[in-house]
Ligand binder design. Structure first.
Ligand SMILES: Cc1ncc(COP(=O)(O)O)c(C=O)c1O
Length: 368
């Protein structure tokens, strides 16, 4: 039986990496963010291709992802953005994974675990400059960094932060964070007596603030081909993930016929209703019920009725001539039209990140 499937054109990643690389100073390192199954694209093959294209650093949220990255990029730096626990320290070290320290307490715990294993663990320290999420507050930063850098089990290698808002119409928000970060850099480098690897910008900051590239940048969405279409952006990239399903049934129904759970759609005239092999269990967002579109024979066809767990219904129009078994494009290009994750996200009231990472890991991914 034909389910839905994802097709990943890794040559698209290569093109995006080169477009980004061309815009950077040679000394700026790219830390490619590949968490959440490489934003739904499939972690292993994406890392392998990126490493082949010269990417030397990757960032993930969890240890299991870091271990998977290591299998495909034996020589790369791997930054672990989430909170690592004491029990994971020996694995992190064995696989040369660099944790991000986000509090003094966590840093001291890591140091103790590292000492117990008679090792020195390289870490990056994250400063909360305004995101209000992970990271050390800037209060008493000098004391905290001195304490961390004096711990025998730790080697402070880098300093990072993350922007909450990068909005060209309100540039002061990101600028305040940038200034806080640079002040933290001064304090931290003075406290540990060394220059640290500094990295701050993810995709939007990369697009609008070349001057903040620093020693490294942490792009995610940009390398997957999104977040590059606004006016004034610096780098143009293109998506390279296609998601397809198949028509499982096409039937002609009369006017006034209800479609799907709770009969939220009724046909206006005699029409062809097509049911396709994808549902919310595959990651097709349920909020697209009665509001999304997919491509059939190169034209947009409306999603009608509620999205079910495994099926989605379309109104194909009267006398469509469309046949069971035909291919349907959910994300990608077909004929003269295209549908990408950011447009779909707009219908669903979300962002491309969610549309992409929602695609279940169970969905088959083919790489070409
Ligand atoms: C700490 C951190 N850095 C970088 C990124 C990459 O962000 P983007 O995909 O917007 O480039 C993320 C994404 O969530 C992140 O959490």
């Amino acid at each position: 039986m034909k389910r839905c499937r994802v097709e990943v054109q890794v040559s698209g990643l290569a093109r995006n990496i080169h477009a980004l690389r061309d815009a950077l100073k040679p000394s700026t390192e790219i830390i490619f963010v590949v968490k959440s199954n490489a934003y739904g694209h499939g972690l292993g093959p994406v890392v392998a291709e990126a490493a082949a294209q010269g990417i030397r650093w990757f960032a993930v949220a969890y240890l299991h992802e870091a271990l998977e990255v290591r299998r495909h990029a034996p020589d790369a730096g791997i930054l672990l953005l989430g909170a690592i626990e004491a029990g994971d320290v020996s694995q992190a070290l064995a696989h040369r994974i660099t944790p991000v320290v986000m509090s003094l307490r966590q840093g001291l715990m890591l140091a103790e675990a590292a000492r117990a294993s008679r090792i020195v663990l390289p870490v990056h320290v994250k400063i909360d400059t305004g995101m209000g999420r992970l990271g050390l507050s800037t209060d008493n930063l000098n004391r905290k960094i001195q304490r961390l850098s004096s711990e025998e089990g730790l080697h402070l290698e880098g300093l990072c932060s993350h922007f909450a808002t990068v909005e060209p119409r309100r540039p002061e928000l990101a600028r305040t964070q940038y200034e806080r970060f640079m002040a933290a850099v001064d304090v931290a480098e003075a406290a540990c007596g060394r220059r640290l690897m500094r990295h701050l910008s993810s995709s939007r900051a990369i697009q609008f603030h070349e001057e903040w590239d620093l020693d490294a940048i942490r792009p995610g969405i940009l390398l997957y081909g999104y977040g590059s279409s606004e006016l004034g952006m610096r780098i143009r990239t293109r998506p390279w993930l296609t998601w397809k399903a198949y028509l499982m049934q096409v039937k002609t129904v009369a006017a006034g016929v209800p479609v799907g759970y709770y009969s939220s759609y009724r046909t206006e005239c005699e029409t062809d209703i097509g049911t396709i092999s994808v549902g919310y269990a595959d990651g097709f967002l349920r909020s697209l019920s009665n509001r999304g579109f997919v491509l059939v024979r190169g034209t947009r066809r409306p999603v009608v009725g509620r999205i079910s767990m495994n099926w989605v219904t379309l109104d194909l129009g009267p006398n469509s001539g469309i046949l069971e078994g035909e291919e349907v494009v959910i994300i990608g290009r077909q004929g003269g039209d295209e549908l990408w994750a950011d447009e779909i996200a707009g219908w669903a009231g979300t962002i491309a990140y969610e549309t992409l990472t929602a695609i279940s890991q169970d969905v088959e991914r083919a790489y070409g």
